[in-house]
Design a protein around this ligand. Structure first.
Ligand code: NDP
Length: 330
């Protein structure tokens, strides 16, 4: 027997605890080519909110009564698959469950030597790759003035540090004074501000008086509108996420100043990180080097216990995390 978190009902607006159910299930016997994995760490991610709606996007919707799929790192405890033995550490997309049986091709072996292993869900995993791919997409280079929203989160904190390593001037926005301080003191941003203090255009202008060359958009909505006003001519925008809109029941109007794209000759590029998995080896080579050299700081907010996974997800959408939000199974 093992335990899983299932989608109990589809959220309307912000998710609540009763949208999720903790369920006991029986594991199937292992067939040839399969492994039994016990999860050690689970990922909670903003995109999972979109999959809770009954709408087909770039991924199919979660089904009611089924487990929530997502990133996880675990240990092989039994194997009938060539090349995988008990004790091996693997990452998978099998999500919010304590254990699972899978075909060997559905898990990816990772190094046991990385500490903590949850790094494979953050700085060395999907969110780190997202930051790296996003910066490369608009060719971020020395001297660029870069503005990043949701900057103290998993993607934002890595994107900001990588931009600093490339010689950029980096400004971040986030939602609390504590996180503003962390952006400057811990992650090395040149400056940061709390968007909840209001006047987003004024705060960007104060921190980047000559305008911005690159906007790394994790938030959309009012942040995108303010950034459009602050963009310099030939500026580039990375459309990575729009978390301010994920709980909207109805689509909201776009930025009122979208026509600025024309006069400023802006480039806006959207992307989905899973299209770039072929770049994982190059990304890992570069970023593990920075980590080993102490040039990149990894931060996590860790919650313990499978049963607390839904609350960790709810808290992520409320901004309770700094760095990557992780669930550690005990
Ligand atoms: P984070 O760790 O950044 O957590 C989400 C953060 O968003 C919260 O901590 C909160 O921080 C902020 N937030 C929540 N609501 C709002 C709001 N209304 N306005 C402004 N900020 C808000 O998550 P990730 O790093 O995993 O993801 C960041 C973004 O990147 C998301 O939009 C996500 O969907 C996107 N993404 C895109 C991918 C792609 O392939 N394109 C892949 C992975 C992620 P605060 O306290 O600052 O408000």
């Amino acid at each position: 027997m093992t335990r899983e978190i299932h989608l109990a009902s589809r959220p309307s607006g912000r998710p609540t605890a009763d949208n999720f159910a903790l369920v006991d299930v029986e594991l199937p016997a292992l067939a040839d080519g399969q492994v039994l994995v016990r999860n050690l760490y689970l990922s909670v991610d903003p995109y999972m909110r979109g999959r809770m709606n009954d709408v087909r996007s770039y991924t199919p919707p979660f089904q009611i009564g089924q487990p929530l799929e997502g990133g996880a790192v675990g240990e092989v405890v039994e194997s009938r698959a060539a090349g995988l033995t008990p004790g091996d550490v693997v990452s998978s997309m099998r999500g919010w469950r304590e254990a699972f049986v899978a075909e060997a091709k559905d898990v990816r072996g990772v190094s046991r030597d990385v500490k903590p292993l949850s790094a494979y869900l953050g700085v060395l995993g999907m969110t780190g790759l997202t930051a790296w791919v996003g910066l490369n997409l608009v060719d971020v280079k020395a001297g660029d003035r870069v503005f990043i929203s949701a900057a103290a989160g998993a993607v934002g904190s890595v994107a900001g540090q990588l931009a600093k390593l490339r010689g950029c001037h980096v400004v971040g926005s986030t939602g609390s004074p504590h996180k503003v301080k962390a952006l400057v003191d811990d992650f090395g941003f040149d400056s940061a501000f709390n968007y909840k203090d209001g006047d987003l255009p004024g705060q960007i202008q104060a921190d980047a008086p000559d305008g911005i060359d690159v906007y790394f958009d994790n938030v959309g909505g009012d942040h995108l509108e303010a950034a459009l006003s602050a963009m310099r001519v030939h500026g580039r925008i990375v459309a990575c996420g729009a978390i301010s809109r994920y709980n909207d029941a109805e689509p909201s109007p776009g930025p009122r100043n979208v026509a600025l794209i024309i006069g400023k000759r802006l480039t806006i590029k959207g992307f989905i990180v899973t299209d770039s998995l072929d770049q994982l080896p190059a990304f890992l080579k570069e970023v593990t080097g920075y980590l080993a050299a102490g040039k990149l700081r990894m931060q996590e907010t860790v919650v313990e216990g499978l049963e607390r996974t839904p609350q960790a997800f709810i808290d992520l959408l409320r901004g309770e995390n700094i760095g990557k939000m992780i669930v550690k199974l005990v």
